[in-house]
Design a protein around this ligand. Structure first.
Ligand SMILES: NC(=O)CCC(=O)C(=O)O
Length: 276
């Protein structure tokens, strides 16, 4: 079962230069660990501007890629669980939007490839992730020692089915490296993160890049941690920031004992039988 732990989110500004991004992410992770964080989370595409046409050029392979090497080294050196946001990852001819999580010995604890690609056509926002990315096809729950972490990458969080699967598989915290934007963020960021927490009575930790108004895609910011009751424990502004909370397992137990949603489900009714 989950133990008390300190979790930090590094809301970092992403630049064009991959090497600069890797170095800068390392500096913020170091700061978070220096403040006592045992679990540190980075945002979606933290080593690459969120521009779909750039993903293949920034992509790297596991385990030789420079970003994954840095994440593994840093997790070992700082003795932390490092949820490495996401990066473009290449395997054979396919590029994935992938989150690598490393443990205190620098070993890979889990790899989540974004399952739901962000293909949308909204007023002021057209994105087609599937033009350069392939979708993952597995769900990911990581035993991180302190807690079990279910990983979803950004758009994945809009699909309650995935969050429910992760919770039923034992996740205590849904960690969401994300890059919502200034179109959908104001309408749905808080709502969606809080909804997944309340539905599943888990913690949700959502990590965004800092906002860069000069960028082609303007990230929303406002990284946040929500508790199993839906209360927001910490919320960043739009600039660079580290937010930190203590995750207390008692909160999951208390909320589930008083309001036993997961045990009161009527799973006997939840299949559609079409009668002709
Ligand atoms: N990078 C993403 O998946 C963005 C998802 C998003 O902004 C949303 O509204 O959903």
């Amino acid at each position: 079962m989950i133990k008390k732990c300190k979790l930090a989110i590094c809301q970092i500004k992403v630049a064009e230069d991959k090497a600069v991004n890797i170095k800068h992410a390392g500096e913020l992770v170091r700061q978070a660990a220096g403040r006592g964080a045992q679990v540190v989370v980075l945002p979606e595409m933290f080593n690459c501007p969120y521009e779909t046409h750039l993903f293949p050029g920034y992509a790297e392979t596991y385990p030789s890629g420079e970003t994954v090497q840095m994440l593994s080294r840093l997790a070992a050196e700082l003795d932390i669980v490092l949820v490495g946001g996401s990066i473009p990852e290449r395997e054979k001819d396919v590029v994935y939007n992938t989150c690598f999580t490393f443990g205190p010995r620098g070993t890979l604890l889990g790899r989540h490839r974004k399952v739901h690609l962000f293909d949308v056509d909204l007023p002021g926002l057209r994105v087609q992730e599937s033009s350069t990315l392939g979708p993952g096809s597995e769900f990911t729950v990581i035993d991180a020692g302190w807690c079990k972490i279910g990983v979803m990458i950004c758009f994945d969080v809009r699909f309650p089915e995935l969050a429910r699967l992760l919770a039923l598989a034992g996740a205590d915290i849904l960690v969401v490296p994300a890059a919502f934007n200034t179109v959908t963020g104001p309408a749905h960021w808080d709502l969606t993160m809080r909804a997944r927490a309340v539905d599943n009575q888990v913690f949700v930790a959502a990590a965004s890049p800092a906002r860069d108004n000069q960028g082609g895609y303007v990230a929303y910011g406002h990284s946040m941690v929500v508790d199993p009751w839906g209360d927001v424990l910490a919320r960043a502004g739009t600039g660079e920031e580290i937010i930190m909370v203590e995750v207390n397992p008692e909160k999951i137990r208390e909320v589930r004992r008083r309001l036993p949603l997961l045990t009161l489900r009527r799973t006997d009714l939840y299949t559609i039988n079409r009668k002709r």
